[in-house]
Design a protein around this ligand. Structure first.
Ligand code: UT7
Length: 331
């Protein structure tokens, strides 16, 4: 797509929510043929959170959204738009964003979901910025929320070790305090959907006894293939930042990557001439939470003071679709 530059949009508030239940690598050892010794060096993950039986994605999203609104000192009534980036919605419809709207209201903000898998939050950030820059919205609530445990196959050791549940939220608004979206780029390649997919449950392969018996409602991934493509695309996205903006990668205070695998991030950063210390990582405690991972990391980085007002931060994602995106912001 055409890239976006210098949009007057800032993050006014951040919030996150993680379910209480922890699923550690040692817990997984009792479920599938794996080990902490295999998982940690290959992924960086030690544990992940799992939603309670009665919790769905909107419940996680609402908890994060309330915290973000409080952090922004904004009421739900002041919102113009609610976007929920998720690939694990409560229902096919209504949109999870509508359920969030009802729970945090009263508000008549427009509400819809955005499905770009792991890139959903970066896509949402750019959509929200476009709405704000065009004058169609002043305040946007953007949530990344996932309950991936519901679509994870806990008999498949190649995938079940990766995923966790959680939600992160940001309130974006027209700039008042010097924040900015300096540069953004989004892209997709839909020609190889099978690399990362949930085959059944949609209109192509509706739910049937057979699809259930064949475990086709769970995520299936070609891990090695995704790994290679992700590293190469993240490097390309980073290369274009100095080319397009004149801002050197060394001027960026913090990289907030989608937490897919510590080796993917390390390899992409190091091959771009950046130290791993530039990246804010929390994959060890939350695993891969798809669209929730960047706002979860961002909220955590801001809460612990590592991400500060005025800092340049680079949001970076690659995931199912295949989709990808970068957004360079002044926080
Ligand atoms: O955010 C976007 C979605 N994320 C992804 O799609 C993940 C991207 N890919 C990855 O993170 C890595 O490819 C994985 C962590 C999924 C797998 O790591 P890998 O180094 O690519 O392993 P592999 O799939 O090539 O498997 C190597 C070996 C195999 O054994 P053989 O065939 O060589 O004997 C696997 O059976 O490791 C075995 N293996 C395991 N062993 C213990 C695979 N998973 C496990 C496991 N525990 N959990």
């Amino acid at each position: 797509m055409r890239t976006a530059q210098h949009l007057p949009v800032e993050v006014a508030g951040l919030g996150s929510y993680l379910p209480e239940r922890i699923l550690s690598n040692h817990d997984l050892e009792a479920i599938v043929d794996t080990s902490d010794e295999w998982i940690v060096p290959r992924t960086g993950i030690r544990e992940r959170r799992i939603a309670a039986d009665e919790q769905a994605t909107s419940d996680l999203a609402v908890a994060a959204a309330r915290r973000a609104l409080q952090d922004a000192a904004l009421t739900a009534k002041e919102l113009d738009v609610i976007l929920v980036a998720t690939c694990t919605p409560d229902h096919l419809f209504p949109a999870t964003a509508c359920l969030v709207q009802a729970a945090i209201g009263p508000t008549d903000a427009m509400a819809c979901d955005l499905e770009a898998a792991c890139s959903g939050f970066v896509y949402g950030f750019v959509y929200a910025s476009g709405l704000i820059a065009s004058g169609m919205a002043d305040n946007v609530l953007l949530v990344g929320a996932e309950t991936l445990s519901r679509v994870t196959d806990y008999t498949d050791r190649r995938s079940c070790i990766l995923f966790g549940d959680g939600a992160g939220a940001a309130v974006l608004r027209r700039t008042r305090n010097g924040g900015e979206l300096l540069y953004a780029e989004l892209g997709a390649d839909g020609s190889r959907p099978e690399i990362l997919e949930i085959p059944a449950g949609g209109t192509r392969l509706p739910a049937s006894h057979q699809t259930v018996d064949e475990r086709r409602h769970y995520m299936q991934l070609q891990g090695r293939e995704v790994f290679k493509l992700a590293v190469n695309k993240l490097i390309e996205l980073m290369q274009r930042i100095p080319e397009q903006t004149g801002i050197g990668l060394d001027e960026i205070k913090m990289v907030l990557p989608h937490q897919s695998n510590v080796r993917i991030i390390k390899s992409a950063l190091e091959r771009s001439g950046l130290e791993m210390e530039k990246a804010y990582m929390n994959i060890d405690t939350v695993g891969n939470t798809s669209a929730a991972s960047i706002p979860l990391a961002m909220a955590e980085a801001a809460a612990c003071g590592k991400l500060q007002r005025g800092d340049l931060a680079l949001l970076l994602a690659f995931g199912g679709g295949l989709t990808w995106g970068s957004a360079l912001i002044r926080y």
